[in-house]
Design a protein around this ligand. Structure first.
Ligand code: HPA
Length: 292
């Protein structure tokens, strides 16, 4: 048996939130952007914007982390109607996996077709540097291996199929478009493409864990994004993902370095302007040619 929020097949909960938003704004976004740690400023650059606190939206979870504002902001970015999540939900906050992914189904009901996810991540690939921007080409869903998948439970057929494909989760055309934008902006020196691994957090990884993740083929590690992407793919949204490498993980017992949240926030804030320029250019160019 599952409680009201724990049941994935309760279309009414999502509909209530979507209908409330549709009644409170005449904006009809086709693109949703999730702003990761320290990257919420992007939402402030929307034109003609209107924001709603999560706590005012029926059934919406609430954000509890420093650096995450907790607002849904609607407006235009480079001529496209967008909705930005200023602050996301994490498993480590105590949210259920369904709550973490809740906004995605609401976006789908609002008519959103493309999801852009951003996050802060630790660099595992030794060729990466702090401040790099990594386009996500694939993910490893560590919580998913342990049964923490947002699609667990009765399938909601009105959103998608029981067993959705994930081998094409990160849209190839969108990644190629983003690479064109990075080139145009002169960002190629710090732009990468790699595999994101989600862990549950909130503790950062041990040295042995980081070494294990490197062996598994992950290039970056973080505590978010994957539940939203799985849910988005289930309901047919196209996904583009970006990690800002905010710190390099510690993989040597000789190292005096250690991971801390202040460094994560500081680096992502330093890269916020570049990320904003990239996402703005990307959104402007989306759908300009069929391969996108
Ligand atoms: N590990 C996990 N999550 C993170 C990290 C990290 O090193 N940096 C930013 N988010």
């Amino acid at each position: 048996m599952c409680s009201r929020m724990e049941c994935s097949n309760q279309l009414e909960l999502y509909k209530e939130a979507a209908d409330w938003l549709l009644a409170h704004t005449d904006k009809r976004p086709t693109v949703a952007v999730i702003c990761g740690s320290g990257l919420g400023a992007l939402a402030d650059t929307l034109e003609d914007k209107i924001g709603f606190a999560y706590e005012d939206i029926p059934n919406f979870p609430r954000s509890t982390v420093t650096g995450h504002a907790g607002r849904l902001v609607f407006g235009a970015l480079n001529g496209k109607s967008c909705v930005c999540m200023q602050g996301r939900f994490h498993l480590y906050e105590g949210h259920s996996i369904l709550s973490v992914a809740f906004p995605i189904r609401v976006f789908s009901l609002l008519g959103v077709e493309t999801l852009i996810v951003t996050n802060a991540a630790g660099g595992l690939n030794s060729e990466y540097s702090v401040g790099d921007i990594m386009f996500i080409k694939d993910h490893i869903n560590m919580p998913g291996f342990a049964g923490q998948n947002p699609l667990r439970g009765p399938n909601e057929d009105r959103f998608g199929v029981r067993f959705p494909c994930m081998s094409d989760a990160y849209d190839r055309g969108l990644r190629s478009l983003a690479m064109d934008c990075a080139k145009e902006l002169g960002f190629l020196d710090f732009t990468r493409e790699g595999v994101y691994c989600m862990v549950g957090g909130p503790a950062y990884e041990t040295i042995a864990e980081c070494r294990m993740l490197q062996l598994l083929g992950a290039d970056a590690v973080g505590m978010s994004t994957v539940p939203e992407v799985v849910t988005a793919r289930h309901c047919g949204l196209r996904v583009f993902g970006i990690s800002v490498i905010t710190n390099m993980v510690v993989t040597s017992y000789e190292s005096a370095a250690y991971a801390h949240h202040e460094e994560v926030l500081q680096t992502s804030q330093e890269r916020a302007a570049a990320l904003g320029a990239l996402v703005t250019s990307f959104i402007g160019k989306m759908n300009e040619n069929p391969k996108d």
